[in-house]
Design a protein around this ligand. Structure first.
Ligand code: SF4
Length: 309
């Protein structure tokens, strides 16, 4: 593997050694997982989360003061989530890690596919629904499983994209929540999120999986082409080719600036959602708002169909 951003060319052995060194250093420097933690690992079955599952199992499974549980959110995307769910089940079975599955159909009242059928893809991109549903359900499942942390498989590419996306959308609130440890820790019921792989480029996570025989589902979500993230990814990849190290530079710059900005930033005061009790920036959380909006859109459509029949 040639690491263009450092100029190194590494054989499998040295690549793997460097990978472990970087993950361990990031975990300990940021204090992401500590004694007493019960860690819920967000496991989709894709490469990032299955590598994360294997990495955390290797590092912590022999520790008696730290425990792991895997959590898969089934958003309800036909033909996409079922195969990856099977990969996730097999991975947990092999490693002996408890696996919890939480579904949008049960908790949100409808699958993502159903939400997209009702709302279309113009007004609200599927990823907007999906992101809110996943974050909400991951927190609910983690809390039910008694977790003190949720670890997600975000990689360097994801993080660089998130920084630029927040700029492009002008979403300052979201930008303030970027970093290795995410979220409002002061809110009871919110399980803090940590990202152990956030300084590893996506390609290197894929290579680590292949070199270590880690099974993962390579499928791409059928809605991904509709996401802003896709355009931002293309732009960053083009910059990375022309200027190696761009992704690291974007994330490091944000990491250096944000702590200073966060101190003086007064966003919405966290409060409990009036309907579900989860963390919210207003009287109703986004998850419940979406559920209500979809209910009324569906009713409107049925009325319209009834009128024209
Ligand atoms: Fe969800 Fe969008 Fe990712 Fe598909 S691409 S899994 S809809 S966030």
């Amino acid at each position: 593997m040639e690491l263009h951003y450092t100029g190194e060319v590494l054989c499998a052995k040295h690549f793997t050694r460097k990978f472990w060194r970087r993950v361990k250093r990031h975990l300990s420097k940021e204090g992401l997982i500590t004694s007493g933690d019960r860690v819920g690992i967000g496991l989709s079955g894709g490469k990032d989360s299955t590598v994360l599952l294997n990495v955390l199992h290797e590092l912590f499974s022999r520790r008696t003061d730290i425990s792991l549980v895997a959590i898969t959110v089934d958003e309800g995307i036909a033909g996409y989530r079922s195969p990856s769910l099977e990969v996730a089940r097999r991975a947990c079975g092999r490693l002996g890690i408890k696996h919890v599955v939480i579904s949008a159909r049960d908790e949100f009242g409808r699958t993502l596919d159903e939400a997209v059928r009702i709302a279309g893809t113009q007004e609200q991109a599927p990823c907007s629904y999906c992101g809110v549903i996943r974050r909400h359900l991951l927190n609910v499942a983690a809390r039910r499983a008694g977790c003190t942390k949720v670890a997600t498989g975000h990689n360097l590419d994801d993080e660089a994209e998130s920084v630029l996306m927040d700029f492009v959308r002008g979403d300052v609130n979201k930008m303030m929540r970027l970093g290795a440890k995410v979220g409002v820790r002061s809110f009871k019921g919110f399980v803090q999120r940590v990202k152990p792989l956030r300084l590893i480029p996506e390609k290197e996570i894929a290579l680590f999986a292949i070199l270590n025989g880690i099974e993962f589902d390579p499928a791409v979500c059928p809605y991904s082409h509709l996401a802003l993230r896709e355009d931002v990814r293309d732009a960053i990849n083009a910059l990375e080719v022309a200027h190696p190290g761009t992704k690291f530079a974007i994330v490091r710059t944000a990491d250096r600036i944000l702590p200073h900005v966060q101190k003086g930033f007064f966003g919405a005061v966290p409060q409990a959602c009036g309907s579900c009790g989860e963390l919210s920036s207003g009287p109703l959380c986004r998850f419940c708002q979406y559920a209500e909006e979809l209910d009324s859109m569906e009713k409107g459509k049925k009325k319209g169909n009834g009128g024209s029949a």
